[in-house]
Design a protein around this ligand. Structure first.
Ligand code: AKG
Ligand code: FE2
Length: 289
């Protein structure tokens, strides 16, 4: 396994990686690099759905995303058969996966089955770096705030962002609360969390004051110094750390032939990697014995 810098501002590429037979030591190294670099591109030799799902399960618990009875954990992200404007735009808006739910997502990964010759990049934004760059006085002001999240277009959405399609049977009034500044569950690093996407207000603050604050944090976070993008290539796994990253697809036209077809298998995970859970358990046992 070789881990190298990418051309963009952050993120790493992992070469010579045998995903189906990766041992625990290499998986630990991979995760350490993920948390330090926000996202990783794994150059695989091609994976079956089962191999991809089994790899993902070593990193967290898959969130059911599709009606596929064989692989409910795998959603198809594609520009095939996208009939409406909303479905064509898909995830082409800045967001954090599952931030509208109480149980948020730890890691999302996309495996590239078809990649268009032009376009189709995923954009990323480094929320931990954006937090660190805030003036100390702002950090002190915002450190304890709780954000109200609801599916729909956020009050702090940048121009051009659109209303995403809700999951089937979604209650549009469902509200989840998350800290504006969170500590990363594995590294304890402080980071801004989901300042746009589903953010609709701040607990205990007037609507207009909350909107102003979220808009200014969103504009701060989305400055080009904190953002980068990656153009998928066939057989890549692109995985990112949801606690410290916002992301956005780029709009793409409907596919007409193989050269402009985009198909990605998406898995979103929740919870700690089982490897770290067992490590934590061993440490706890050692302290207690
Ligand atoms: O298609 C992409 O580049 C990103 C997809 C995405 O963000 C999502 O499905 O939530
Ligand atoms: Fe997403």
């Amino acid at each position: 396994m070789r881990i190298e810098a990418l051309n963009g501002k952050f993120g790493k590429v992992v070469r010579d990686i045998a995903v189906p037979t990766l041992d625990d030591a290499n998986l630990r190294e991979l995760l350490t690099n993920l948390y330090a670099n926000r996202f990783l591109v794994l150059k695989t030799n091609g994976l079956s759905k089962a191999q991809y799902r089994d790899f993902a399960c070593r990193i967290g618990e898959p969130i059911p995303l599709s009606r596929d009875s064989d692989f409910p954990e795998i959603a198809h992200i594609s520009n095939l058969q996208t009939s409406t404007k909303e479905s064509r735009l898909g995830a082409a808006h800045w967001h954090t996966d599952q931030s509208f739910r109480k149980t948020v997502s730890s890691v999302t990964m996309l495996y590239s089955v078809h990649a268009p010759e032009i376009g189709g990049e995923t954009k990323f934004c480094d929320m931990a770096a954006a937090y660190d760059a805030l003036p100390k006085s702002t950090r002190q002001e915002i450190d304890e705030l709780m954000v109200v999240h609801r599916h729909g277009i956020s009050v702090s959405a940048p121009q051009g962002d659109h209303k995403p399609l809700p999951p089937p049977n979604w209650d549009p009034e469902y509200t989840a609360f998350h800290p504006l500044v969170r500590r990363h569950p594995e590294t304890n690093q402080k980071t801004l969390y989901a300042v746009t996407g589903t953010a609709q207000g701040i607990k205990g603050m007037s609507h207009s004051a909350a909107e102003d604050l979220l808009k200014s944090l969103s504009a701060h976070t989305l400055q080009s110094r904190f953002t980068t993008s990656y153009r998928h290539q066939v057989h890549d796994i692109v995985m990112w750390d949801n606690p410290t990253v916002m992301h956005s697809a780029t709009p793409i036209d409907q596919a007409t032939d193989p050269t402009n077809t985009r198909l990605l298998w998406r898995i979103s995970l929740r919870g700690s990697p089982p490897l770290f859970e067992s490590q934590r358990q061993e440490q706890a046992n050692a302290v207690n014995s």
